[in-house]
Design a protein around this ligand. Structure first.
Ligand code: ZN
Length: 545
């Protein structure tokens, strides 16, 4: 820390700004995730940003950050941001994985093998759809957990659109954790009682936006992108007004992010964050960009409007923090990237973009194996021809290798499958190092592999294949793949007095924790994390230990 102050002061003096201040130790760390904010849309829109994103771009910019693992979903993504650990270490391998030993009953009356990432499946009567939210599955401490262990006076607060975002960024011992659940913000079940006034105000902001939606004006810069692309039963690409009372549509609008930021601002003020004995953490999960991307794709007027709105909202939020006088540091990134729907990608010079076909499906392969080996089904447990595939407990140990080999062969025959990794294969290779931009597909899968929770097989679809069979099913586009459009995210650091630089080479979101820790002099024991401290000091000197 001393080195950081001295170096930053030296840099300031060398630049001739004799009265400029060196960065002070932050009393508040603000960690922001914009869900599905890919490096691609960051780069596409960065020149148009004038508010909060512009502010952060005046700090230290890593346009090629990586959620380096293969399963580029929301829960794993958020689990890396403030733990310094990849899913292979922190245990959050997917939004949902499977437990072949499960005996609990699902919503359909059959055995529910599925486990949701931020649930406690030990609670009787719950299932993966009707779950009790918990940080149980996160195997490692977050930044907030580590700070509280050293300085119990540190407060840790999270407000997010999704439970998995709030939980994975705040961790095991947070003071306030709030996420949106249908009609309002809620928290852990074992914290009963009325929400604090700040959250009640955020609920009012949300309810007003649901009841009386105001269609945003199309920024002039978005006009060129605001044209229709046909899909089944309609079109995407042009900004549409939201109907009054449409709580689902509310989530795919900047009003959702506005409500989250209202909650964060309220808790900041009411809890006097940054004014206590120790540094505090405020984690914010802005989820609307993800709902926009899934509903309408990433390259139309809807995303353009959304990103302009987030920029403006963050600009106001930072201005509020400035006015408070609290010295704060910001890290902003995304839980994963994303890409556009195949129908528009095909019209935009990528003719290979396609949707995955329905056949042969996993149930069909499972039934064949069941018949061949005389094993009662389902032999294979999984969601379909993508992600993790598990083996039924009904498969005798002596048959397992043969069943796995046959399943792998059958899945590999699917024309949209790039490759299938086996448990044995991923167990045999070391945790990856070097630039995440250059990792092999196997190394990406290794960063998602946890022997306690991973399946027997991991399927990687081919590039530009979207695992949504039809454009008429509600969601038209998605992320989650092993490919770089889903792995690349911007990583931005800002603190008053930090001199700007941009580093285009690949870094990882697991580097955020040790970097933030260095700003407050928090020691991270060697070997506990996967990330490394990023030197934010342009020129000589370093914030890193
Ligand atoms: Zn997400």
């Amino acid at each position: 820390m001393k080195r950081f102050l001295a170096a930053a002061l030296g840099a300031t003096l060398a630049s001739g700004m004799a009265h400029a201040q060196a960065p002070a130790t932050p009393k508040l760390i603000v960690a922001i995730s914009i869900d599905q904010y890919s490096s691609d849309i960051f780069n596409e829109y960065r020149a148009q940003m004038t508010g909060g994103i512009k502010r952060l771009m005046d700090g230290v910019v890593f346009p090629s950050g990586f959620q380096s693992h293969a399963a580029t979903e929301t829960c794993p993504g958020h689990s890396t941001i403030l733990t310094g650990s990849r899913p292979s270490r922190n245990g959050i391998i997917a939004n949902e994985w499977f437990d072949p030993a499960s005996t609990r009953t699902g919503p359909d009356g059959r055995i529910d093998y599925k486990v949701y990432c931020s649930e406690d499946e030990r609670v009787p009567g719950t299932n993966s759809r009707a779950y009790v939210v918990s940080p149980l599955h996160l195997k490692v401490p977050t930044l907030g957990d580590r700070m509280k262990a050293v300085t119990p006076a540190s407060r840790v607060v999270a407000v997010a659109g999704k439970d998995r975002s709030a939980v994975m960024m705040s961790g095991h011992n947070a003071d306030q954790v709030w996420w949106w659940e249908g009609k309002g913000f809620t928290t852990y079940r074992d914290r009963p009682g009325a929400p604090p006034a700040a959250i009640a105000r955020a609920n009012a902001v949300a309810q007003s936006a649901i009841d009386k939606p105001v269609t945003p004006k199309l920024p002039p810069a978005c006009a060129a992108r605001n044209f229709a692309t046909p899909i089944e039963g309609g079109s995407v690409g042009t900004l549409q007004p939201r109907k009054a009372g449409d709580a689902r549509g509310f989530r795919a609008s900047a009003d959702f992010d506005r409500a989250v930021l209202a909650g964060a601002e309220g808790l900041f003020a009411d809890m006097k964050l940054g004014r206590g004995a120790a540094t505090d953490v405020l984690a914010i999960g802005l989820s609307a960009t993800d709902y926009v991307g899934h509903t309408w794709g990433t390259a139309g007027g809807e995303t353009c409007v959304q990103l302009h709105a987030v920029d403006a909202l963050l600009g106001k939020f930072f201005a509020m923090l400035d006015k408070s006088g609290v010295p704060y540091a910001v890290a902003l990134t995304a839980d994963h990237g994303g890409h556009d729907l195949p129908e528009r990608n095909r019209t935009n010079a990528i003719p290979a973009a396609k949707r995955v076909g329905l056949d042969p499906n996993l149930a069909g392969i499972s039934a064949q194996l069941s018949a061949k080996y005389g094993i009662p089904g389902p032999v294979l447990i999984g969601d379909g021809i993508f992600g993790e595939i598990y083996l039924s407990k009904a498969v005798p140990p002596a048959r397992r290798d043969a069943v796995i080999a046959d399943a792998r062969t059958a899945i590999l025959a699917h024309p949209d499958v790039q490759t299938v990794f086996t448990r044995a294969q991923l167990s045999a290779i070391p945790s990856p190092s070097g630039s995440p931009a250059d990792w092999t597909l196997e190394q990406r899968a290794r960063a998602s592999f946890d022997p306690d929770r991973s399946g027997e097989l991991v399927i990687a679809l081919k590039e530009l294949v979207t695992p949504i069979p039809s454009s008429g099913l509600g969601y038209v586009a998605t992320h989650g793949s092993i490919w770089n459009y889903d792995r690349r995210v911007p990583i931005l650091f800002w603190q008053k007095g930090l001199r700007h630089f941009e580093q285009p080479n690949g870094v990882e979101t697991v580097d955020i924790l040790p970097t933030l820790a260095s700003l407050i002099g928090l020691a991270i024991p060697a070997g506990e994390i996967d990330g490394r401290c990023l030197d934010l000091v342009a020129g000589a000197g370093s914030n890193c230990p």
